[in-house]
Design a protein around this ligand. Structure first.
Ligand SMILES: Cc1ncc(COP(=O)(O)O)c(C=O)c1O
Length: 486
């Protein structure tokens, strides 16, 4: 056949397989396909329609079972003789064959802007969970489930055992001199940021009418929105290849009440704040009584160069709130994170008042299970194993995408995502849209801008969440899409 009338509508809930069967059946009953006509090979039709070959195979098999098609070993599949001679078939399917004169034209249409189901999700922020030690995981949950069931909410700052384990982890992994009393368990970074913003608002800003928080530009969009929704104002501060431009922060006429930074791996561009800039930032914060919110979201995964000390470990008299998360080291499925309080008594008191009114959102049983995972060494071992996996995936990214003229690759010294700059926004949009049509989800760098209208062209994608094979497939598609626009 030249092709039956087949339009796969991706805007509906109807499954692709069902649409294929219906479209072909309609073509046969309507006369667009006549008995004896060959139908396209499953491979050709799948590629024409942008659907999986297995969906086409299943559709042909179903139609053969219904008597519409004849599948013959070693010969092309054909429309069965029976179909046109079965007068009831059409009415059974609510379809009246058009007359020959009105036979619709036989084109296969594939709308360009269709939404394709994402097959490979490379949105930044997704870790690999494939190597989580499931025996240890199950054992931690069994342990948590077997504990006595209290009649109270968990303590406002979290279950003691978990706070102790987190403090231990931070002392060992990040050199932060903290103990359990300094740790507050949160529902991930997002809730920690909301809590800090609320605490800042509760404390006020020395009589000024609004509380401002400096944020990185480009930077983490949801943290920015969380801070704003809590009622504080965000002020963008540009970043460069090293991270936050501390010199620009220093030049602000009115110093903000707080600054949120990702010093170990600037999100999303990937810079690592040098020690001199770290010290300058803390000096500025101390001078102005500003709070530094250190988002330490993926420091466990450093691929190049030694990890630099956390801001919270540099004791120079500034107020630093370290925010950490289990989203990258285990999975965001847990919704578990923490913050480490600064020495500042007023800030601690504000957080305490908030937690008294709004008890911690993390269920006690989740906290107990997480404490057991930390205590058994599962988290530490998982970090070591995934670090090697991620180093390998990072290599796949470099092999596929490094050195394309006009499309520099960056952000890969640490963490789980990469950035490719592109020549202009048209190119970025074309790459993101083309990949979406091919079932690969990546983000546009423009989404991270903290200044409306001031965006950089490029794409951002995570390389941890997809398996090696999927990643290799996606990288080939990304490369082809980039080569097409550069
Ligand atoms: C910059 C940054 N911080 C923190 C997180 C973790 O957020 P959460 O703990 O709320 O899952 C992410 C996740 O993608 C992130 O990109």
């Amino acid at each position: 056949m030249d092709g039956p009338i087949l339009v796969i509508d991706r805007g509906t809930e109807r499954r692709i397989g069902a649409q294929l069967v219906e479209g072909l059946r309609r073509g046969i009953l309507g006369g667009a396909l006549r008995p004896g006509d060959p139908v396209p090979s499953t491979r050709a039709l799948a590629s024409e329609l942008g659907v999986s070959r297995s969906a086409v195979v299943a559709a042909y098999e179903q139609l053969a079972g219904e008597g519409y098609l004849e599948l013959r070993q070693g010969a092309p599949t054909r429309v069965a003789e029976l179909a046109e001679t079965d007068p009831d078939a059409a009415s059974r399917h609510g379809w009246r064959p058009p007359t020959r004169a009105s036979r619709p034209s036989v084109t296969i249409r594939r709308p360009v802007e269709e939404k394709v189901e994402p097959r490979i999700d490379l949105r930044p922020g997704r870790p690999s969970t494939a190597r989580i030690d499931t025996r240890a995981w199950r054992s931690a949950w069994r342990h948590a489930a077997a504990l006595e069931i209290p009649s109270d909410s968990p303590p406002p700052f979290g279950v003691r055992r978990l706070r102790e384990e987190i403090a231990d982890h931070l002392r060992q992994a990040r050199g932060v001199a903290c103990d359990a009393d300094d740790v507050v368990v949160t529902a991930g970074t997002s809730e920690a940021v909301a809590l800090v913003a609320s605490a800042l608002l509760l404390l006020g800003d020395d009589g000024r009418d609004d509380v401002t928080v400096a944020v990185e530009h480009p930077g983490y969009p949801s943290a920015r929105r969380t801070i704003e929704r809590r009622g504080a104002r965000t002020v963008p501060v540009p970043v460069d290849a090293d991270g936050l431009r501390v010199d620009l922060l220093r030049r602000m006429p009115r110093p903000p009440r707080a600054v949120m930074v990702t010093p170990s791996h600037q999100y999303p561009l990937g810079g690592r704040l040098p020690v001199s800039a770290r010290l300058a930032l803390l000096e500025w914060a101390r001078e102005h009584g500003a709070v530094v919110i250190e988002d330490d979201y993926d420091s466990e995964f450093r691929h190049l160069g030694p990890p630099l000390p956390a801001l919270a470990s540099l004791d120079v008299g500034a107020s630093v709130v370290l925010v950490g998360s289990f989203s990258k080291v285990l999975t965001p499925w847990l919704r578990l994170g923490y913050l480490v309080l600064p020495a500042d008594a007023a800030f601690r008191d504000a957080v305490s008042r908030l937690r008294d009114d709004e008890p911690g959102p993390v269920a006690g049983v989740v906290q107990e299970a997480a404490a057991a995972l930390l205590a058994s060494g599962t988290v530490r071992r998982h970090i070591a194993v995934t670090r090697r996996d991620y180093a390998h995936r990072r290599r796949l990214v470099i092999d596929a995408l490094d050195g394309i003229p006009g499309a520099p690759l960056s952000g890969l010294d640490g963490g789980l995502h990469a950035v490719v700059r592109l020549p202009d926004h048209g190119a970025s949009e074309a790459v993101v849209a083309r990949l979406a049509r091919e079932g690969v989800t990546v983000a546009a760098l423009a989404e991270y801008s903290a200044v409306p209208g001031e965006t950089e062209p490029g794409i951002v994608f995570g390389y941890a969440g997809a398996g090696d094979t999927q990643l290799a497939e996606a990288l080939a598609l990304i490369r082809a899409a980039i080569l097409d626009v550069t």
